[in-house]
Design a protein around this ligand. Structure first.
Ligand code: ATP
Length: 294
């Protein structure tokens, strides 16, 4: 497990990360979300050792991270960084060799990854000849070619079409399933909600919320309910233990003091006519994100 422990970083007099603490667990995909300038890239750079923290520690299984461990991380930096004029296959092999792979092994692994990422037919093309989305796939292959001990990916899904998102996701999921910790940043909350096992929400250089999707939903759950009935629902207003939040003809959204009070609304509604919909309001990650980063 990789742990970011009380990490702080300022650029000049501007604090960018403040006492940042979270974990990236083996075998899980951890989504790192936050608005522009929240500090995601800075955190990843500190994790990789590209940048030094002012204070705090990066640990692996409770011990300080080593240079060897860092060298084994598959990193996809924000500024990308493959050579535009070199063929995709040649540079993947080159990167594998930098990680001490035998040439033949690096080539076999590179070809396998390109095939998996639907880029097999472009192996001989120069990077600059590829579309941006295909360059992105090549970058993902570059992070994976040496069978990394961990993956740290800065916006790996940006610019990918929906099919490429799916294939990339499968490849990352298979990598995580081998016990590798995976951290990826993304602005696409719908994607993060669907893909990741754990989430870390960052705002203003601080962790505002973290945990599994269900934990976040439970922690930020509001005891709100909605009723959609055939008949006017104005009568809900007068009930004890109920506070109506929105009301629009046959629809009402309300807060209930107890689940029993909510169930009484359902019973009363059913007695008055057909009920189309009744239940607790399900919140989206988007709502929670907006709330915790406000
Ligand atoms: N080398 C630097 N010198 C000065 N300020 C920096 C430097 N690198 C980052 N910053 C500042 O640190 C803050 C965090 O930036 P960072 O790139 O980590 O955010 P981010 O969450 O990755 O944002 P985005 O989603 O826009 O990529 C920003 O205000 C940025 O301007």
């Amino acid at each position: 497990m990789i742990t970011v422990n009380e990490v702080s970083k300022s650029f000049g007099s501007t604090p960018v990360l403040q006492d940042l603490t979270f974990s990236i667990r083996p075998g899980l995909m951890t989504g790192f979300v936050g608005g522009n300038g929240a500090g995601k890239t800075t955190t990843m750079r500190i994790l990789l050792g590209v940048l030094d923290a002012d204070s705090g520690r990066i640990e692996v299984d409770g011990a300080p991270i080593t240079r060897d461990y860092r060298a084994g991380i598959g990193y996809m930096p924000e500024e990308r960084g493959l050579y535009p004029k070199m063929s995709v296959l040649d540079q993947l092999v080159y990167l594998g060799r930098l990680h001490h792979m035998r040439g033949a092994d690096a080539k076999a692994r590179a070809l396998e990854l390109l095939e998996r990422l639907n880029l097999g037919d472009r192996a001989g093309s120069r990077l600059e000849e590829l579309s941006l989305g295909n360059q992105q796939r090549a970058q993902i292959a570059a992070a994976l070619v040496h069978d990394p001990v961990a993956l740290v990916l800065d916006e790996p899904f940006s610019g990918l079409d929906p099919n490429a998102v799916e294939t990339t996701l499968q490849v990352l999921r298979e990598t995580a399933d081998t016990g590798v910790p995976v951290l990826f940043s993304s602005h696409q909350l719908d994607l993060v909600e669907r893909l990741c096992d754990e989430l870390v929400i960052l705002a203003g250089g601080r962790v505002r919320a973290s945990g599994t999707r269900d934990e976040l939903l439970a922690a930020h759950a509001e005891p709100e309910w909605e009723l959609h009935a055939d008949a006017d629902t104005g009568w809900v207003r007068g009930l004890p233990g109920i506070e109506v939040l929105h009301f629009d003809g046959g629809r009402a959204r309300f807060r209930a003091d107890t689940p029993q009070a909510a169930q009484r609304v359902l019973a009363d509604a059913a007695a008055r006519g057909p009920v189309h919909r009744f239940g607790p309001v399900t919140r989206s990650l988007h709502e929670i994100f907006t709330e915790v980063t406000r």
